[in-house]
Structure formats: C-alpha cells, structure tokens
Design a protein around this ligand. Structure first.
Ligand SMILES: Nc1ncnc2c1ncn2[C@@H]1O[C@H](COP(=O)(O)OP(=O)(O)OP(=O)(O)O)[C@@H](O)[C@H]1O
Length: 277
C-alpha cells in the first residue's frame, strides 16, 4: 500500500458527512537530495507572500510557519503577544489535525461502530470525547476532504511555504484511499473523478493556480518551482517512497532550517505526468 503515514489540516467545519508505494517507482528526471529546508519562504522576491510572520520579533531558531487560516486563532495569538509580549509564532503550531472516519465495509467489518461524530471538531469513542481541529464523518466525500485540506494547502504553497500531509492510522483505516483514491487508482487511468484522492487533486489545483497567477501577473515573470517528496514511516523506520530501497532514513534537526529527513529524495514536478509516473 501506500503512505502508511503520509498530514492534513484546517478549521472550517466539514460537511457531515492502491497503493501509493507503487508510485514510488516513479523517477522523474530532475531529482535531488533534500536540503534541510522546512517551511523556508522563497528567497525569490517575485513570489508574493501575503503573510509574513517576520514583522514579529521571534527568538525562535525555527523557520516561519504558514499563517493560521483561522482568524480567531490568529487574533488570540496576537492578543497573547500584546498581553505577554511573548512570541507569536509559538502560539500557533501551523499544524492541524483532521480525523476522517471510514465507513464500515459490509464484507469485512463486523459489529457496530464505536466512534460517533458529535460535532464539527469532536467525536466520542465508547463515551469518551476527543477534540481535534475538525472531524469528517463517514459521509465526507473525496471532494470535501480536498476542499478542506487540499485547497488551503495549495494556497500556502503558492505563498512560498512548505506543506505536508501526514496520513496516520492503523491498517485498513483509509490512508491510501484518502491520499490517492481506491486501490489501483494510480494504475487505472479511468478512475472516477469523484473517487480521486487528495494527491492528484492537490497537484491539479497547484498547477492550475500557478498558471492563473502567472497569467494574472504576466508583467512580473513569476517563477514557481515545485519540489515533492514522499515518505512512509512504518515500525519507526522512515522509507523513501520515491526510492523504496532507501530505508531507515534518519530524521535530523538543523538549528537554522528545522527538522528534515536526511537524504530524502525531492523531485521537481511541473505536470500531472511528473506526479503520477
Ligand atoms: N472514506 C472511504 N469511503 C469508502 N471506502 C473507503 C474509505 N476509506 C477507505 N475505504 C476503503 O477501505 C479499504 C481500506 O482502505 P485503505 O487501503 O486506504 O487503508 P490503509 O489505511 O491505506 O491501509 P494499509 O495501511 O493497510 O495500507 C479500501 O478498500 C478502501 O477503498
């Protein structure tokens, strides 16, 4: 299968609602080992960055995070700064946790569901309540997940921030389905559009938005470069899914650029073919 562990986030309420590892065979032409750059905004001044936390003094050695899409959260962060003269960036992690509940499979799942969605951001398991940034119930469609997770992620990328989607869950919980679509959806070209998962939708949107921005600002020669990496964490081992022979990669932290995976391959992509190869 795929990304046993590929991250997703935002705060608006969701409607109530294969294996990517095969993609690891892909070897687009321009690839390089990943430098240690997490969430560094572009140095290219042609790229428009609508929000920059740099106006706030920060002693943190870590790179800037994308803005919170939740205005309330941002306001709270700023209020905190004003009140305590503390560091704003540390009040908003830039990470959002979204739970997606998979429907029961009649042929495989027995019993009755013990997980109940109780609100847009909480669910209960056997009577205990857990709160997240949001909860998507079994009715949530692939499009719902894309609009909730993928669209803001693309806008963050266009603003020059690195973005990650990390899918976490036990076997059979729907990670591959969410990230790519139904089994074999990469191999079969005619997978119903509505069944497409997050990854193809995100890249389609990203390339379309880049074109849109370049057309809109044709006088400015906007240059965008998309580098992607794809990894799996399984049994505490990090495997590069763009080169599965690369197992047990090491996670390192750099004072200037933050956390990175050593020797993780990054491929430059500019078309959907590059992504799905
Ligand atoms: N939201 C959903 N709606 C309909 N079917 C789903 C949904 N989520 C998952 N499934 C189906 O459930 C099955 C298991 O999902 P999937 O293979 O994505 O799990 P996984 O977490 O990737 O498992 P593994 O870690 O073992 O690879 C698949 O047949 C998939 O098509």
């Amino acid at each position: 299968m795929l990304p046993r562990n590929p991250i997703a986030r935002d705060t608006a309420e969701l409607p109530s609602s294969s294996s990517p590892s095969s993609s690891a065979k892909t070897r687009p032409s321009s690839r390089k080992h990943k430098p240690s750059k997490e969430n560094d905004p572009p140095s290219d001044h042609n790229i428009i960055v609508p929000y920059s936390p740099s106006h706030v003094k920060s002693k943190s050695p870590l790179p800037p995070r994308p803005p919170s899409s939740n205005p309330l959260k941002r306001k709270l962060a700023l209020d905190t700064i004003a009140a305590e003269n503390s560091l704003p960036a540390t009040t908003d992690s830039g990470v959002k946790v979204i739970v997606r509940m998979r429907p029961l499979r009649k042929d495989k799942d027995e019993g009755y569901p013990i997980v109940q969605k109780i609100s847009g951001d909480s669910l209960s398991i056997n009577g205990r309540t857990f709160t997240f940034d949001s909860v998507a119930d079994v009715e949530a469609t692939q499009l719902d997940i894309f609009e909730h997770v993928g669209v803001p992620l693309v806008e963050n990328c266009l603003a020059g921030f690195n973005s990650s989607v990390f899918a976490y869950g036990q076997t059979g919980s729907g990670k591959t389905y969410t990230m790519w679509g139904p089994a074999n959806s990469l191999a079969e070209e005619n997978v119903a559009k509505e069944q497409q998962g997050l990854t193809p939708r995100v890249f389609e949107r990203l390339f379309a938005r880049i074109k849109e921005e370049q057309t809109k600002h044709s006088d400015q020669q906007l240059n965008y470069q998309c580098n992607c990496s794809f990894l799996e964490i399984y049994n505490e081992q990090v495997t590069d899914l763009l080169d599965p022979s690369q197992r047990n990669l090491q996670i390192r932290e750099d004072v200037k650029s933050g956390v990175y995976v050593e020797n993780l391959i990054e491929n430059q992509v500019s078309t959907m073919e590059d992504v799905t190869q």
